[in-house]
Design a protein around this ligand. Structure first.
Ligand SMILES: Cc1cc2nc3c(=O)[nH]c(=O)nc-3n(C[C@H](O)[C@H](O)[C@H](O)COP(=O)(O)OP(=O)(O)OC[C@H]3O[C@@H](n4cnc5c(N)ncnc54)[C@H](O)[C@@H]3O)c2cc1C
Length: 586
């Protein structure tokens, strides 16, 4: 097996003689690798430094969706959308907190960025994800057509020696069972549609094929980063692992002209001629910083890459950068399985026979809504003085037997299956203390410590809504987004009466996919100082920068799309300034 450190050593050799570069990219996630490709393509000698022994950051761990309306691959299937509609949508979900220029930049440059990647090499190929709605399809400019793409499945064997130094994903499927987002959507209907059953057979066939051929097909974030990494390799861009940025260097005018990086305990100075692009992720795992800005948190529950500890944000802050949105994150409700393991709750909240209660035994929001909105309401409830952390997601026996839930398949026990099956709760789940099972509502209330009368009232009210097909309290099921993973056979795909036990309660805490607050940037991805002036030579993208969607979340891929786009925008701006041409208006 290849030693993961080889990539670092090779990178160091390549990096020798590169103590002076045109562009320094900090971080090797989606934002960083796209920035590096774009800068190098414009003839700028580019170096990527990565703190971890693995490349890929949170982007590898992700679902790999990329929200880019009017992406070239989408336009091969349907007509272009009006940029004005897209701008209206982003303005609506960001509540007017983000400049129109920046929003216009992400709308107009996103498709150009993907067109650039498609030209950059044979590995950069994408497919459309039709019909997955925006997270707020009813907002002005919102849509249900599907505005995301994802990387085509990718065989990790193509990476050769670089395979061992790619971060391993946390969203694991059994060996050989690769699954795209669209496959997942079909597969979740396994107990109710022939399409779901056919997909199950197709997944099994993929496993068999992989066992025979040795193929290591991946999808989602892994496929995206694998493809980007091969393309940076082809472009001859050095990527140096285990080399964190520790400090930015500026000249007397305040222009950023270099950086200190650490390598094997020594500080190395990299002189930078044209620009530093910070793509070092958020402050996901800096718990003191999280608690300072998000005091509701008591533990490190982030699913982001472990090395994302806010280094880029702090380094830019030392150079006078302004910051915003530090109180927010790309929140995702999750089940704490213990030992740091988290089970994200995405489609589970759209199952019709399920609801979530706070410590008072009451529902408090639309469970099926976008994950970040859900946690916003959870935090608001906690801050209002009622226990919401943890909350409890409750399902009945029918939901347990008919839906995939937290990785458990609703199938009779299959011995030696590489996934959880069977009617009984997995032992590890019950041992974690995060799951309770009871035959009656009163017994369940007692087990999860909520008032039994309140829970009984919640059940009655929920069931009456289910009978009417309308959630009069929180509008669950009113949005096409809610319905996406619901049961299309029901009048309201997100509501079904829960009348027969046993009942199961799962502990829910506020996890996240990373933080969304960071340094202020303009439409060129240039970092803005506390006085509102661009800092020459300094750029930021992805979760190092404050999100272009403000406190909102546009749709599937709403973080990676802008991260890649502003990486590209930063490189283009640096290249234009270096060439002495005026940067093309975004
Ligand atoms: C389970 C999961 C699923 C997700 N699904 C999606 C999805 O489908 N679509 C979507 O849009 N978003 C998704 N996200 C969120 C998304 O992954 C991130 O928001 C996005 O990848 C951030 O990209 P980035 O380039 O800013 O940072 P990252 O990809 O995290 O890259 C940052 C890199 O910088 C490195 N670094 C940190 N500090 C330093 C330093 N001092 N010096 C050098 N390098 C440093 C890190 O090690 C890391 O490699 C998901 C996240 C998770 C965890």
């Amino acid at each position: 097996m290849t030693n993961p450190r080889h990539d670092a050593i090779d990178g160091m050799k390549e990096a020798d003689g590169m103590d002076e570069v045109d562009v320094l990219v900090v971080g090797s996630g989606g934002g960083g690798l796209v920035a590096a490709l774009a800068a190098q393509a414009r003839g700028l000698r580019t170096l990527v430094v990565e703190k971890s022994q693995y490349y890929g950051g949170s982007t590898v761990l992700s679902g790999g969706s990329i929200w880019i309306p009017n992406a070239p691959e989408i336009l091969r299937h349907r007509a272009a959308e009006s940029p004005d509609d897209l701008i209206a949508y982003l303005e609506a979900i960001s509540d007017g907190t983000v400049s129109r220029e920046r929003i216009r930049a992400v709308v107009e440059q996103g498709p150009r960025m993907l067109a650039f990647l498609e030209r950059a090499g044979p590995h950069m190929r994408f497919e459309w994800r039709p019909d997955y709605p925006d997270y707020h399809p009813a907002a002005p400019g919102g849509s249900v057509v599907g505005r995301s793409v994802e990387a085509l499945p990718f065989d990790r064997r193509e990476l050769g020696d670089l395979d061992a130094s790619m971060r391993e994903p946390t969203l694991r499927t059994p060996r050989g069972m690769w699954i795209r987002s669209n496959d997942l959507h079909a597969f979740l209907g396994i107990r109710r549609s022939w399409k779901g059953k056919a997909m199950f057979l197709r997944l099994l066939a993929r496993m068999v094929r992989a066992a025979i051929t040795g193929a290591r097909i991946t999808t989602r974030g892994e496929a995206l980063i694998g493809r980007l990494r091969l393309t940076t390799l082809d472009a001859g861009i050095p990527l140096v692992l285990e080399t964190p940025l520790t400090q930015l260097v500026a000249d007397d005018t305040g222009r950023v002209v270099g950086a200190h990086v650490e390598q094997q305990g020594r500080t190395r100075v990299v002189k930078v001629k044209h620009g530093v692009i910070l793509a070092s992720g958020g402050f996901d795992h800096d718990l003191p910083m999280r608690k300072q800005h998000q005091p509701v948190l008591t533990s490190d529950w982030s699913m982001g890459a472990p090395e994302n500890t806010g280094d880029g944000i702090r380094a830019a802050g030392d150079r006078g950068a302004g910051v915003a949105l530090l109180d927010d994150a790309w929140w995702m409700p999750a089940i704490p399985w213990g030992e740091g393991k988290l089970g994200l709750l995405l489609f589970e909240r759209q199952i019709p026979g399920q609801f979530i209660v706070n410590g008072d035994g009451r529902r408090y929001t639309n469970e099926a809504g976008p994950y970040t909105d859900f946690v916003h309401d959870m935090i608001a409830g906690e801050n209002a003085g009622v226990t919401h952390i943890p909350s409890w997601l409750i399902i009945d026996e029918q939901s347990w037997r008919t839906n995939m839930f937290a990785g458990h398949l609703p199938l009779p026990k299959i011995p030696w299956a590489p996934v959880l099956t069977g009617r009984t709760l997995p032992t590890a789940w019950t041992e974690s203390g995060s799951v309770k099972k009871a035959d009656s509502w009163a017994e369940l209330a007692d087990m999860i410590g909520v008032p039994a009368d309140n829970l009984a009232g919640t059940v009655d009210r929920f069931n009456s809504f289910a009978r009417q097909g309308r959630d009069l309290d929180f509008g669950r099921g009113d949005s096409a987004y809610d319905n996406y993973y619901g049961d299309p056979r029901l009048p309201n795909p997100n509501l079904r009466e829960m009348t027969r036990g046993p009942y199961y309660a799962f502990k829910v805490i506020p996890s996240d996919l990373g933080t969304k607050g960071g340094v202020l940037t303009d439409e060129n991805a240039q970092v803005i100082d506390v006085h509102g002036r661009p800092i020459p030579g300094l750029y930021a993208t992805g979760n190092t920068s404050a999100a272009v969607t403000g406190h909102g979340y546009s749709g599937p891929g709403g973080t990676i799309g802008p991260a890649m786009t502003f990486g590209y925008v930063a490189a283009e701006h640096i290249a234009s300034l270096a060439a002495g041409t005026s940067p093309s208006a975004p």
